[in-house]
Design a protein around this ligand. Structure first.
Ligand code: NAD
Length: 497
């Protein structure tokens, strides 16, 4: 296929065994630009037969790929990095078209994806094992890491390009072969990225892409030749994938949903806190799994933070993410907009006051787009249902607490543990927070505590199911099997040399 992405409505294909192929299914899902509702392409809802073809291609490619020296394997990633850099603007534009986030946000997303390709280029060092001579006289012991075989990743809509790179580069650099299932809502940027992968000359079958939804996911979970699955998406689906894949003995890492808290102490630099928390809550229209969703103010911070966040959020320019100067794009779909609007109404019903209300937003010339303006719900009761419900939209709830103890208790009651942040100028408060906060990614005066590629993305509680996280050293452990060799050679043999 020359280019899967054109200005006409294209029926997308799968990439299997080094070629673009029509799926066996005749069912399609419309990919819609959320700023305009224009249909950009149609995603095939592939079947288990398509999954089987991709897994078979990956299984056939595995023996030769695992024997390719790691130093040679990463040469393809160096080429990929250069191609991604060369096509940065083109790919970012696609991300904006299919997802709605602004062009600047799309570029930043891709940059974080490329960072993972760069880190995976260090596999010849990172994949090394360790050894010890003379564990008993004349006996040596070593640990070596070997690839698993065929591995798969299933990813969500909110970072159409970046999240696939939390997995793909590490998986193949470690010697595995790979099957990706993008979100059916935003397949375009990964299809283009696979066209670039093709240009690296990667042997056929090493990477494969199967478009689709639930049937593809379930077929991957059940497939006996898939050894491991990385999943990112909502908590109910993460749990489903974790349990279903366990039934066939797979290794799993499943990242789920989130409800992230920031605690604002009265001694915080309020101007800095406001700017950073506003970026975190409303950037990418709140559709980031590390977006701050609840700000817990303590003492005098209640009034000062409430006033400054409302002022700052009200100035954000909302519109089509491709237009210069736009700071916040639409949410992913009209259903999502309606769901967010009804959650805002639920919060108001539970006693919060909408001091900024983004419901019923209409953007001139984009009347059909899925836009909301930033919403701030003041005084959300900590015991309300909304306080523990993931909204995944541009809504910041304000909860008041009398002390750090009370705030930390509130955080402990949250089912999620993706991220928690603190704004303060007090080192002791910061240390206490780092020590006690019940989440896996912690920010101190940081709004989006997104781990760099060389650190694991460490969600906790209902935000993560598994042990080894994506990215960094965890990725190498996840994508390799540990083998221990205990070795003795007779002394007589040794003396001959
Ligand atoms: P989603 O759970 O609806 O979809 C994720 C993937 O699962 C998609 O590829 C989709 O096709 C598939 N899927 C959907 N429903 C399924 C079902 N019933 N059975 C089998 N497969 C199914 O998530 P989404 O709406 O695409 O993404 C938003 C969610 O992802 C939010 O909850 C967000 O917090 C979460 N997320 C988490 C992280 C993290 O690092 N923890 C990162 C990004 C997004």
């Amino acid at each position: 296929m020359s280019s899967a992405v054109t200005t006409q409505v294209t029926e997308l294909q799968n990439y299997i065994n080094g070629a673009w192929r029509h799926p066996s299914s005749t069912e399609f899902f419309d990919v819609t630009n959320p700023a305009t509702t224009e249909i950009l392409a149609r995603t095939p809802m592939s079947s288990s037969a398509d999954v089987d073809a991709a897994v078979q291609a990956a299984a056939d490619a595995f023996p030769a790929w695992r024997r390719t020296p790691p130093g040679e394997r990463v040469q393809y990633l160096f080429k990929l990095k250069n191609l991604l850099e060369e096509h940065l603007d083109e790919l970012s534009r696609l991300i904006t078209l299919e997802n709605g986030k602004t062009f600047a946000e799309a570029k930043a997303e891709l940059r974080r994806g490329i960072e993972n390709v760069e880190v995976a280029c260090g596999i010849p060092m990172m994949m090394q094992g360790y050894n010890l001579e003379d564990v008993t006289p004349g006996v040596d012991e070593m640990q070596i890491r070997q690839p698993l075989g065929v591995v798969a990743a299933i990813v969500p809509f909110n970072f159409p390009a970046m999240i696939s790179y939390w997995f793909l580069p590490y998986a193949i650099a470690c010697g595995n072969t790979f099957v990706l299932k993008p979100s059916e809502r935003v397949p375009l940027s990964m299809i283009r990225a696979f066209e670039l992968l093709e240009k690296t000359g990667l042997p056929k079958g090493v990477v494969n892409l199967v478009n689709g939804g639930r049937d593809v996911v379930n077929a991957l979970c059940d497939h006996p030749q898939v050894r491991a699955i990385s999943f990112v998406g909502s908590t109910p689906v993460a749990k489903h994938v974790y349990a279903r894949s366990a039934a066939s003995g797979k290794r799993m890492q499943c990242q789920g949903g989130a409800k992230n808290h920031v605690i604002v102490l009265p001694d915080a630099d309020m101007e800095l806190a406001t700017q950073i928390i506003s970026d975190s809550a409303f950037g990418c229209a709140g559709q980031r799994c590390l977006a701050v969703s609840v700000a817990v103010t303590i003492g005098d911070a209640q009034e000062s933070f409430r006033d400054s966040i409302a002022r700052s959020a009200s100035t954000l320019r909302v519109g089509d993410g491709l237009e210069p100067g736009v700071q916040m794009g639409p949410v992913i779909s009209s259903e999502s907009k309606r769901r967010i609007e009804s959650l805002i109404s639920a919060g108001v019903g539970e006693g919060a006051k909408a001091i900024l209300d983004g419901r019923n937003t209409r953007i001139p010339n984009h009347e059909s787009g899925s836009f909301l303006t930033p919403t701030v719900l003041d005084g959300l009761p900590p015991t309300s249902q909304l306080a523990n419900t993931e909204i995944f939209g541009p809504v910041l709830s304000l909860v008041h607490a009398n002390s750090m103890d009370e705030a930390l208790d509130f955080l402990r009651r949250s089912p999620y543990g993706n991220q928690a942040s603190l704004f303060t100028t007090n080192g002791a408060a910061a240390r206490r927070f780092r020590y006690e906060a019940p989440a896996g990614n912690i920010g101190i005066n940081i709004g989006v505590a997104a781990p760099m590629a060389y650190f694991p993305f460490s969600g906790w509680k209902e935000s993560f199911f598994g042990i080894l996280h994506g990215q960094g050293r965890d990725a190498v452990e996840f994508y390799t099997e540990s083998k221990i060799v205990v070795e003795r050679w007779s002394r007589q043999e040794t003396r001959k040399f």
